[in-house]
Design a protein around this ligand. Structure first.
Ligand code: NAD
Ligand code: DAU
Length: 378
């Protein structure tokens, strides 16, 4: 094999898209998917590639340092793409310890395993990569502002020449000071610092990227878009936090996976790249789009489920606005999102409606036992 790459968290939402892309695009790479299969890990996300000869699944906890070192040796690993994490803000508010354990200690254990193994090789860090996937939430929250005389969302022009709508004049840059607010974002910020510290202290060839909100197939239905699609299908209430005024910047998951591929191969060691598609939406507006799309695709009257919207108590510490400036990535590596949002959301809603069995297994509670048994029988 030309390369041996560990992808952590490959049974999760984004990880499964990254694993699929690498396994299919690089038949001469061995892809080792290391995943603990927490509630969010689902091997059904990978059925289409699980029998490929260049794919291996290992059920393991990234916090298990001895196991991580053993895997580095066993597969002579020369690249790590690290996505495994606890990823849901609401869960982090209820159970911060699990987030610190996996996101901070797990990342540290992987870093140390990579360092110790690569230190033992004659060529040391030559040709090696430790790529850490992080989030825009580490930068904190932006305010909703607009230039005098312009109503939000107002149109701005990025240096790429592309026009986009924005809800504020500020954006997250790679140089924006970290200011995390939730236990989730605090744990991701801490992990980012450890990754950079391993470069600065030991010279480990690291890269960090910070991406905005992803949407698309295989997302666990605790997150806004899949949760709401499923609730609309069953005509259940849609719990909108606060007034639904918060703004998120949405990127189709396959575009994130393409960026990860390009950055892993062409990105500069020790650099940080922001990934996003200049696609800001107020929650309440995106929710209306999702309702209309589900209604249309189910043959209902468009908008007939708008009355499912139910305003509920706001999320504690709810960040008002995220907006990524990804011009560095566009200028240096030429990456651009491939999909317009209208097309991406249509594909996403259609996928969930066409894959109701996938959704029903998760939401019925059979899911953990089913996959535990499936794993035992492999
Ligand atoms: P996810 O929750 O869908 O998947 C996480 C995966 O990690 C699961 O398969 C889970 O089983 C695995 N995992 C969790 N703890 C583990 C452990 N201790 N050992 C091994 N595996 C473990 O998450 P996601 O939304 O796909 O996010 C993936 C990564 O991308 C995370 O690091 C997240 O912070 C980052 N990110 C996510 C988004 C987004 O919008 N979802 C945006 C930017 C960055
Ligand atoms: O910005 C990147 C981050 O995006 C990732 O790092 C996280 O892993 C990912 O979960 C996501 O975080 P958010 O908190 O933005 O995503 P979530 O889908 O939980 O919520 C999106 C917005 O919708 C947020 O403003 C909260 C709101 N919301 C969410 C849920 C689940 C609701 O109003 N009601 C809900 O039921």
């Amino acid at each position: 094999m030309k390369r041996n790459i560990i992808i952590t968290g490959g049974a999760g939402f984004i990880g499964s898209h990254v694993v699929r892309l690498f396994v299919n695009k690089y038949p001469d790479y061995r892809i080792i998917n290391v995943d603990k299969l927490t509630y969010a890990g689902n091997l059904a996300n990978l059925v289409d590639i699980e029998d490929k000869p260049n794919y291996t699944f290992v059920k393991a906890d990234i916090c298990d340092y001895d196991k991580m070192l053993e895997l580095m040796r066993q597969y002579d690993v020369d690249g790590v793409i690290h996505l495994a994490a606890e990823s849901h803000v609401d869960r982090s508010i209820k159970d911060p310890f699990t987030f610190a354990r996996t996101n901070v200690m797990g990342t540290l254990s992987l870093l140390q395993a990579a360092k110790v193994y690569w230190d033992s090789k004659p060529e040391k860090y030559e040709g090696k990569r430790f790529y850490h996937i992080s989030t825009d939430e580490v930068y904190g929250a932006l305010e909703l502002t607009h230039p005098e005389g312009l109503e939000p969302p107002f149109t701005t022009k990025a240096s790429s020449g592309q026009h986009h709508e924005a809800y504020g004049e500020e954006f997250f840059l790679e140089t924006t000071k970290y200011n995390p607010h939730s236990p989730y974002s605090a744990s991701k910020a801490s992990s980012d610092h450890f990754v950079r510290a391993y470069h600065d202290t030991y010279g480990l060839p690291t890269i960090v990227t910070n991406c905005s909100n992803n949407y698309g197939p295989y997302q666990f239905p605790e997150k806004l878009i899949p949760l709401f699609i499923n609730n609309i299908r069953h005509r259940k209430p849609l719990p909108v936090y606060g007034k639904g005024e918060n703004v998120r910047d949405w990127l189709f998951v396959e575009d994130h996976a393409r960026a990860i591929d390009q950055i892993f191969h062409e990105g500069k060691v020790a650099e940080t790249y922001n990934i996003g598609g200049f696609n800001e939406w107020k929650n309440i507006d995106i929710i209306r789009v999702v309702i209309n799309t589900v209604d249309r695709l189910l043959g209902r009257k468009e908008g007939e489920d708008l009355d499912l919207i139910t305003f509920v108590t706001d999320r504690a510490g709810h960040d008002m606005r995220y907006a990524i400036d990804s011009r560095k990535l566009q200028a240096e590596l030429g990456w651009e999102p491939s999909l317009q949002f209208e097309e991406g959301i249509e594909r996403t809603v259609r996928w969930y409606l066409d894959n109701q069995e996938w959704m029903d297994r998760i939401t019925s509670g059979e899911y953990e036992k089913y996959y535990e048994d499936m794993y035992k029988n492999r």
